[in-house]
Design a protein around this ligand. Structure first.
Ligand code: RM4
Ligand code: MN
Ligand code: MN
Length: 397
C-alpha cells in the first residue's frame, strides 16, 4: 500500500473516548483515587480534549447519562463545553443498572415499575441525544438472573424485544441504536443479552437502525472475536466497538496490552470487508470502553488511541493480493506469513510522520508529559474537591 493511501485511511480512523475513563473508577473491591481524576462533565471533556489535542484521532466523547448529566441541566450547554474543548459528544449511554428499582432487571424485569422507569430513562436519553445531535444510542443492560428458576427466560426475552422496538422507533432519523452483549456479570446465572447472536436477533427485530456493538472484553475465553466481526460485517449488522483488553473476564485493561495480534486480526477483517467484499465501513463506531483504575487516566487513553492506530495501520498494510494468491494455492504458511509480515512491521515511524503532517507532535505521550497538564489539573481539582468537602466515592464514575 502506498504511503499516501495509508495516511488517508488514518485520517478517517477516529476513536471515541469514554467520559467514564477519565473519572475515578475501580473494581467492586474499591477505588484507588487519583488526584488528577475528573469529577465533573466539564473536567471529563477537558481531559478528552487534551487527549484529542495530542493524538489528533479522538474527536468525540461517549457519555453516560446518569454519571454525566444532572436533572434540569441544559444538554446543549454540554455540547458547547465539548466544542470549546475541541471535541463533540458521541454515543449516549443510558444507565439501566444503577437504580435500586433494577434489582431484578430493567426492561426484562417482571416488575412493571422497573420497566416503566427504564423506559422513561431511555426516552430521556434519546432527548439528550437529540439535543446534543448525537448519532448513537448505546444500550448495555445488566439484566439477568443469578439462580436457575429465578425468572422465566423467555418472558424476559419478550419484554426486552418490546422495549428495544419502542426505543428504536422513538429515535430521531439518523440516530443508530447499538445493542451490546456480555456473557456474564453482574448476573451470574443467565444474562438477557449474553452473546452476539442474541444481540443480532434483538437488533434485527428492533428495526433497521439497530446494530450490534462488540465490546472486545465481553467474550468467554478463546472466543474468536474477529470471526464474529467478519460475520456481522457481511450481514451489515455491525454497529461498532467498545475497545479494551482482557486476560480473565471484563477486565477493562488497555487495548492490546494482552493480545495485540487479536486486535490486529479484528482490523484485518474490517479491511477485508472493504477491500475484498465491497462493504461500507464508514459508519462503524470505534469507541474505547476502559476504566483505568491503576494507570494515569489520560496517559492510558493516549496509549490506547496510539495502539489502535498502530494496529489499524498494520492491518491496512496486509498485502491482500499476496494473501489471496496464497489462499488460491492453498498455501497455509504463505497466507499466514502475509499477516505476520504486516503485524511485525514497525509502523511507529510512519505514524509519527502522519502526526507531524497534521501539526501534531510525533510523540504524543512525550509531548503530553512535557506539558505538565496532569500536575496542573491535579492541584486544581484537589483544591476544588477540598472546597466541596472531599472526594466523592459513591457513583462508579
Ligand atoms: C459494562 C459495559 C458497558 C459500560 C458499563 C460501564 O461492562 O461494557 O458498555 O457502559 O460496563
Ligand atoms: Mn462496553
Ligand atoms: Mn464491560
Amino acid at each position: 500500500m502506498e504511503r499516501d493511501e495509508l495516511f488517508n485511511l488514518l485520517d478517517e480512523f477516529k476513536i471515541e473516548t469514554p467520559s467514564w475513563g477519565y473519572a475515578d473508577t475501580g473494581t467492586r473491591f474499591g477505588k484507588f483515587l487519583q488526584p488528577a481524576a475528573a469529577a465533573t462533565i466539564e473536567e471529563k471533556l477537558a481531559d478528552a480534549g487534551t487527549v484529542h489535542r495530542y493524538t489528533g484521532c479522538c474527536p468525540s466523547v461517549a457519555v453516560h447519562v446518569l454519571w454525566d448529566f444532572s436533572v434540569g441541566v441544559d444538554a446543549s450547554q454540554t455540547a458547547e463545553t465539548a466544542r470549546k474543548n475541541g471535541v463533540s459528544i458521541g454515543a449516549i449511554n443510558p444507565n439501566l443498572f444503577q437504580d435500586q428499582i433494577y434489582k431484578f432487571g430493567s426492561a426484562c424485569s417482571g416488575d412493571d415499575r422497573a420497566r416503566a422507569h427504564a423506559n422513561r430513562h431511555v426516552m430521556e436519553s434519546i432527548a439528550i441525544g437529540k439535543a446534543l445531535k448525537s448519532p448513537l444510542l448505546s444500550v448495555w443492560m445488566a439484566d439477568g438472573t443469578n439462580y436457575p428458576g429465578q425468572d422465566d427466560i423467555v418472558s424476559r426475552k419478550r419484554r426486552l424485544e418490546g422495549a428495544l422496538r419502542q426505543w428504536h422507533d422513538a429515535m430521531p432519523e439518523g440516530m443508530t441504536m447499538l445493542v451490546e452483549y456480555k456473557p456474564f456479570e453482574p448476573a451470574f446465572y443467565h444474562t438477557d443479552i449474553a452473546d452476539w447472536g442474541m444481540a443480532y436477533t434483538l437488533a434485527r427485530q428492533a428495526g433497521p437502525r439497530a446494530k450490534v456493538l462488540v465490546d472486545t472484553g465481553h467474550h468467554l475465553p478463546a472466543t474468536n472475536v474477529e470471526q464474529i466481526v467478519a460475520f456481522l460485517l457481511d450481514e451489515d449488522m455491525l454497529g461498532g466497538f467498545h475497545f479494551n483488553d482482557r486476560k480473565f473476564a471484563d477486565d477493562d485493561l488497555t487495548l492490546g496490552s494482552m493480545d495485540p495480534y487479536a486486535v490486529f486480526r479484528i482490523f484485518h477483517e474490517i479491511r477485508n470487508a472493504v477491500e475484498l467484499h465491497q462493504k461500507d465501513v464508514s459508519r462503524l463506531a470505534y469507541m474505547i470502553d476502559q476504566s483505568h483504575n491503576l494507570k494515569p487516566k489520560i496517559e492510558a487513553m493516549i496509549q490506547t488511541a496510539m495502539t489502535a492506530q498502530e494496529l489499524y495501520a498494520k492491518a491496512c498494510l496486509v498485502d491482500r493480493k499476496r494473501l489471496q494468491d496464497a489462499q488460491a494455492r492453498m498455501n497455509i504458511v504463505d497466507a499466514e506469513e502475509t499477516l505476520r509480515t504486516a503485524f511485525f512491521s514497525d509502523v511507529r515511524p510512519l505514524l509519527a510522520e502522519w502526526r507531524e503532517g497534521h501539526g501534531l507532535d510525533g510523540d504524543p505521550m512525550g509531548a503530553y508529559r512535557a506539558s505538565g497538564y496532569e500536575a496542573k489539573v491535579a492541584s486544581e481539582r484537589e483544591a476544588a474537591r477540598a472546597q466541596k468537602g472531599g472526594q466523592s466515592s459513591g457513583a462508579y464514575a
